[in-house]
Design a protein around this ligand. Structure first.
Ligand SMILES: [Zn+2]
Length: 284
């Protein structure tokens, strides 16, 4: 179950399963609580969509202050709509430039590192191994979902960290819903090798169009990977239907901001988690 919460005037959602883990901090943020204007109103966390840089920087400051996490401890990927998974070791330097961040998922057991997924229709997905204290954040649009990125993340956690799928918890945040996600034939065809495609890809109203249920497709991958149904939480919220609360790429016609979704293993004491050589705005 997802709940609406508010921290220092920043509204956000939490999954009850993850919220019950005292070693975690997490939030699926909305578009509310920031200072950006017009198409980016208001908590736009992306420097790359045409918003005023000083507004985005203020938004990052507000988020960091509200959750008590230093701004440089948030890590955002480039999100290139493929299936690459960045594994971050518990200590040491792991990237020095923007080019090193062309991935769509992060897996780590590093504490104090808030791994982030920016969204405006794609599905943000978190996976947690409470036994080994390993966390994952996944960006799943249709391309990543067709490439089975959620299943690959679970497999990596099994292989590299010894995670037991039956002990994992997962949460699927707000994304474009089946109600609004019409895709064309090439996108639908990308799922031809998915044996349960009928569960998440339904005929559309128009010829050669399909309605894709991103959340259901990823839930299926997580379940087939061995995560029990009770361990998989989903918000059930559609970003297109709920543009009052969320940025939506399709709903806006293309010019809009990005909400942030983050997951972190709490550590003590709070140390600098990143080694960033560049200006902050170039890595967010
Ligand atoms: Zn909808």
């Amino acid at each position: 179950m997802f709940s609406w919460l508010n921290k220092n005037s920043i509204p956000y959602l939490q999954s009850s399963g993850l919220a019950a883990c005292d070693f975690l901090a997490h939030a699926f943020c909305t578009r509310e609580g920031g200072v950006s204007e017009d198409d980016y109103q208001s908590l736009n966390m992306s420097f790359r969509e045409g918003d005023e840089e000083f507004h985005v920087l203020q938004n990052w400051n507000k988020l960091a202050g509200a959750f008590g996490i230093p701004m440089e401890n948030f890590l955002v990927l480039n999100q290139v709509h493929r299936d690459g998974i960045l594994v971050i070791p518990p200590r040491g330097e792991y990237f020095t430039s923007r080019e090193g961040l062309d991935y769509d998922a992060i897996v780590t057991n590093r504490t104090n590192l808030a791994i982030c997924i920016k969204t405006a229709d794609c599905a943000p997905i978190f996976v947690v191994d409470p036994e080994n204290k390993v966390i994952a954040a996944v960006h799943a649009g249709w391309r990543g979902t067709a490439a089975s990125i959620s299943a690959k993340v679970v497999r990596l956690m099994q292989n590299q960290y010894g995670s037991r799928p039956s002990a994992l918890l997962a949460a699927i945040g707000p994304s474009i819903g089946r109600c609004c996600y019409e895709v064309d034939e090439p996108a639908a065809a990308a799922f031809c090798s998915h044996k349960n495609a009928k569960a998440f890809l339904l005929p559309g109203k128009r010829k050669d169009r399909w309605m894709l249920d991103l959340a259901q497709a990823n839930r299926g991958q997580l379940a087939e990977s061995g995560i029990p149904d009770a361990g998989i939480d989903a918000s059930g919220l559609c970003t297109v239907c709920r543009q009052d609360a969320f940025f939506s790429h399709r709903g806006s016609g293309g010019v809009t901001g990005r909400q942030i979704n983050f997951l972190m293993l709490k550590g003590d004491p709070f140390c600098k988690a990143l080694f960033v050589n560049e200006d902050f705005r170039q890595v967010h």
